[in-house]
Design a binder for this molecule. Structure first.
Ligand code: SF4
Length: 354
């Protein structure tokens, strides 16, 4: 299978007419200056040099900010710079992320012209009250309209949602995931809210008007949401903000994170919980008291099966007194497993009687 390389180009807060309470875009993207065509060219050249396998596909991704809210001339400047590499066959496609209220037919026609393939929309919540509280400046109706139009123009649709926004409950977030699924995106990103420096949310946090989720709460919510997306075949391409020098442990001097459910392996915590629940559910279906099981799965899933710092194995032993043998099988589909009971308590008693 061809591997997909991404060349990230950050357009921090460029053109965005808004200031969402949680956003400090220049900090998230780690850059502050205006991106130019020259920057796009240099970044692409640098990445292309380091890609080993020329057979793989390459995508240029304009991350951060709200791409289609940037003034038209600048958008064209950046798109043209990236499109040069598409024309030369060194890049397959272009991806952008933007706000739902900056999508219309004219914008989509322009993006098509430059071979943009994927458009990711910042949805954040389907509850208009939560969106207003976060000062998003758009409603869920805008998301619906934009999503339909993006699909009509045959782009790959991506959605981003947040967990732990002010006054958002777990039910709001599960409903958001359900509402997103109805709009048929191919890919999603799930971001638990972190309180960043120099944001409105930081002020609310300092005044004790906003309390961030704990890591356990955020993992629990993200797990439920991820489960829904998995069941509806919506590919989850990220859970949690990417770790950078600034998006790091709040104890770190350089960290821009003031508070919130930051964890360097957040996605693994969520995936680990999903595996744990699936394994426990299978064990409970065995009509006997189980002592030792074998789990056959793809080796790429082993880290998540074992859990962060072997958490899943420890919990299975401590709570259910079950031990696990892992059997690698490259033919197993990712996310799937087969569980075989190797030893029950009856077997143990039998052995003791001999
Ligand atoms: S729309 Fe995006 S870039 Fe603009 S303030 Fe909100 S989160 Fe930041």
């Amino acid at each position: 299978m061809k591997k997909e390389y991404i060349i990230p180009i950050f357009v921090p807060h460029l053109g965005c007419p808004n200031t969402c309470v949680f956003c400090n875009q220049t900090k998230i993207t780690g850059e502050q200056k205006q991106v130019t065509a020259e920057d796009v060219k240099n970044t692409i050249e640098e990445y292309l040099q380091h890609f080993e396998d020329k057979e793989n596909t390459v995508e240029v991704a304009f991350f951060g900010g709200s791409f289609t809210a940037i003034e038209e001339e600048k958008q064209i400047e950046l798109l043209e710079a990236a499109f040069e590499y598409v024309k030369k066959g060194q890049v397959e496609s272009i991806r952008i992320s933007t706000r739902p209220d900056f999508i219309n037919k004219q914008i989509l026609k322009r993006l098509k012209k430059y071979k943009v393939k994927t458009i990711e929309l910042g949805v954040q919540s389907s509850n208009n009250y939560v969106l207003a509280k976060a000062q998003r400046g758009h409603t869920f109706e805008d998301v619906k309209k934009a999503s339909r139009l993006i699909r009509l123009y045959r782009f790959t649709l991506g959605h981003q949602m947040m967990v732990g926004l002010p006054e958002s409950t777990m039910l709001d977030e599960i409903n958001t995931a359900r509402d997103i699924i109805k709009l048929k995106p191919k890919i999603v990103r799930i971001y638990p809210v972190l309180v960043l420096k120099n944001t409105k949310l930081e002020e609310e946090y300092n005044k004790k008007e906003y309390e961030p989720l704990s890591i356990t709460q955020a993992v629990e919510r993200c797990k439920e949401i991820a489960d829904l997306f998995n069941k509806h075949n919506v590919k989850i391409i990220r859970i949690g903000l990417q770790n950078t020098e600034e998006i790091t442990d709040p104890k770190n001097e350089k960290s821009e994170v003031v508070a919130g459910p930051y964890h360097p392996a957040f996605r693994q915590l969520v995936e680990g919980r999903l595996w744990y629940d699936a394994i426990v559910s299978k064990i409970k279906q065995c009509n006997t008291k189980v002592k030792l099981v074998e789990i056959k799965a793809h080796p790429e899933d082993f880290n998540n099966i074992i859990g962060h710092k072997k958490e899943n194995m420890k919990k299975l032993k401590d709570l259910y007194d079950v031990e696990v043998i892992l059997k690698p099988d490259e033919n197993m589909k990712n996310g799937k497993f087969e569980l075989t009971v190797e030893k029950t308590y009856d077997d143990l008693l039998e052995e003791a009687r001999k």
